[in-house]
Structures are given as structure tokens and as C-alpha cells.
Design a protein around this ligand. Structure first.
Ligand SMILES: Nc1nc2c(ncn2[C@@H]2O[C@H](COP(=O)(O)OP(=O)(O)OP(=O)(O)O)[C@@H](O)[C@H]2O)c(=O)[nH]1
Ligand SMILES: [Mg+2]
Length: 301
């Protein structure tokens, strides 16, 4: 099956919401006038594109001075592509042995699942992966990670529940060196409001990596859940301010009509979305490619 078709199928709900509404609006109009543009702007906002970005897109349509409804759609598509291409970035790991990737994000966004998928992807590229179970907050979290490690052929370094996450990272780095692993992926906790402040815990993990393996972490990837819509923006700002984020992985794009959030993220946060999650399976993690994404969105259902 063709890649676009498959991605398009995964994005059905966002397609229905965004492109479906645009099509319905445009089909009811004979010419382009301010009332139509206003309704279109509303439609963009309701697909979680965000007011600022929606205004920008409609501004482009006005500037393009298009007269035919169909040309409005083309102008919107170009505008969306240009926003998504602005900060395009891939996950390109350095040769540093091991390359270190730290995965952060609030509860339930899909960190552990994404690590499983990423680990599988790296294994297929011939890389040897070690995973640090630095979410020591819940015993179940470690068990979940061990299962993903088995599925993807990665070694999971774990301590007992409640252990110091910094100590797990320290040991995992040593294990990665001893075994000559190519990549170390660090899973972290997601709870925001408990006795131990999450941000302090993450900063400590970062400091240990910087000290023990200069130049690392090479990537700090923030996992955001697309179904949370505009809330994801708040999380991105917070984690970027406190920890520093090199890229975003936007998950659950398959189950939501709020996929328009990806535009707000790229436009307002200016951190590249490097990968997207489109399902719960081990193969449901993809590199983000703006052109493919936009084509999949606009391709007829
Ligand atoms: N539909 C869909 N579900 C996903 C995706 N990614 C993760 N999930 C689901 O989201 C739920 C939470 O995923 P986890 O990986 O446990 O999230 P987490 O961020 O590690 O959560 P905590 O460890 O509690 O902080 C699970 O049921 C996953 O299967 C995705 O891309 N699509
Ligand atoms: Mg987890």
C-alpha cells in the first residue's frame, strides 16, 4: 500500500474536521467574500489550529486575492505547508557512542509507548539500543518498559521502584559503554505535582548526562498528545523553558480531530515536530515530513 494512503487513513478524523468543513463551506459559495473568509477562519480555529495561526492563513488567502472557492483551498494548502516546513527537522543521531535521547512529557502522553516504537525503528536501522527506566515512580511503568524492550530487542536498565532516577541514568550510561550500545534512550516520569518536583528531577538527569558524557543529551524530545489540543502548547512552553527541548513527538494523531494543533506548535513554539505517533502498534511512529503530511490531509478521502 502507498505511504500517503496509509497516513491519510490514520488522519481521518482531522481530515474530516478540517478539510471536510472547508469543503462544505466552499461548496456553498459562488464567490469569495469577507463572510466566507470569516467562516473559514472559524473552521480553522475549531480544528485547533489556534487563533494566531488561523488569522495568518486567512491573511494569506486575502493577499493571494483569489476569486474562486477552489483557489481558496489551494491557497490554504500552500499556507499550511509553508508553516509546517518552517521548522522541519528529522531525528538525526550523532555518532557519539552512545547517542543519548531523553524522552520527557506529562502523564499519559505516550512516552513509554513511543520509546518502544523508537527502539524498534533504531533496531531496524541496525543500531543497538539501551533503555534507562528512569521513571521509577510507578512499578508498573518499569514493567511496561521491559515489555517494550523485549519486543524491540533493547536492553532495559532498571532499579527498584522509588529509586533515584539519576542513579538509573548513571548505570544505564555505564552499561551502554560496556556493551558498546549505539543509542541510550531515557524514559522519564510524567507526573507534575508530587513531592519531588518533576522539573528538578529532569534537570538532575540532564546534569548527570552532561557531566558523565559531555555533549549529551543529544536530543531531548518532548512527547505531546494531539488529543489535548491547545493544552499541548502550554506544556511545550513549560518544558522548553525549564529543561530545553530539541524536538517534539506528537502522538495520537490517529484518534483525534484536533490534529490542527500541529500547526500551532510549529508556528507559535518554533520547535520542530520530528516524529508523529499514529497508533498504538510498534510500527506507528513516523518521521514527520511536512509535504507528505499536507498531501495526506488534502487528498480526497
Ligand atoms: N491511538 C494512539 N494511542 C497512543 C499513541 N501513543 C501512545 N498511545 C497510548 O497512550 C496511552 C499512554 O501511553 P504511555 O506510553 O503509557 O504514556 P506515558 O507518557 O509513558 O505515561 P506515564 O508513564 O503515565 O507518564 C497508552 O494506552 C498508549 O497505547 C498513538 O500514537 N496513538
Ligand atoms: Mg511511561
Amino acid at each position: 500500500m502507498n505511504f500517503f494512503t496509509k497516513l491519510g487513513n490514520k488522519l481521518t478524523r482531522t481530515k474530516d474536521k478540517l478539510i471536510g468543513t472547508i469543503d462544505t463551506l466552499l461548496s456553498g459559495w459562488k464567490k469569495v467574500d469577507p463572510a466566507l473568509l470569516e467562516e473559514l477562519e472559524e473552521a480553522l480555529i475549531s480544528a485547533d489550529i489556534g487563533a494566531l495561526t488561523s488569522e495568518k492563513l486567512i491573511g494569506k488567502v486575502k493577499k493571494d486575492k483569489v476569486n474562486e472557492p477552489e483557489a481558496v483551498k489551494t491557497s490554504l494548502k500552500e499556507g499550511i505547508l509553508s508553516i509546517l516546513s518552517q521548522h522541519e527537522g528529522r531525528l538525526i543521531l550523532p555518532d557519539a557512542r552512545p547517542a543519548v535521547v531523553v524522552i520527557i512529557g506529562v502523564n499519559g502522553t505516550g512516552k513509554t509507548t513511543t520509546i518502544g516504537k523508537l527502539s524498534e525503528k533504531l533496531r531496524r536501522e541496525g543500531k543497538r539500543v539501551i533503555i534507562a527506566a528512569a521513571d521509577t515512580f510507578r512499578a508498573a511503568a518499569v514493567e511496561q518498559l521491559v515489555i517494550w524492550g523485549e519486543r524491540s530487542g533493547a536492553v532495559v536498565i532498571r532499579h527498584t521502584s522509588g529509586a533515584d532516577p539519576g542513579a538509573v541514568v548513571f548505570d544505564a550510561l555505564a552499561a551502554a559503554r560496556t556493551r558498546g550500545a549505539d543509542v541510550l534512550i531515557v524514559d522519564t516520569a510524567g507526573r507534575l505535582h508530587t513531592k519531588v518536583n518533576l522539573m528538578e528531577e529532569l534537570k538532575k538527569i540532564r546534569r548527570i548526562l552532561e557531566r558523565e558524557h559531555p555533549g549529551s543529551p543529544h536530543e531531548v524530545l518532548l512527547v505531546l498528545d494531539a488529543t489535548t489540543g491547545q493544552n499541548a502548547l502550554v506544556q511545550a512552553r513549560l518544558f522548553n523553558r525549564d529543561i530545553g527541548v530539541t524536538g517534539i513527538i506528537l502522538t495520537k494523531l490517529d484518534g483525534t480531530a484536533k490534529g490542527g494543533i500541529i500547526l500551532s506548535i510549529m508556528d507559535e513554539i518554533e520547535i520542530p515536530v520530528k516524529m508523529i505517533g499514529v497508533g498504538e502498534g510498534i510500527e506507528d511512529l513516523r518521521d514527520f515530513d511536512a509535504r507528505e503530511f499536507v498531501d495526506a490531509l488534502f487528498e480526497p478521502a
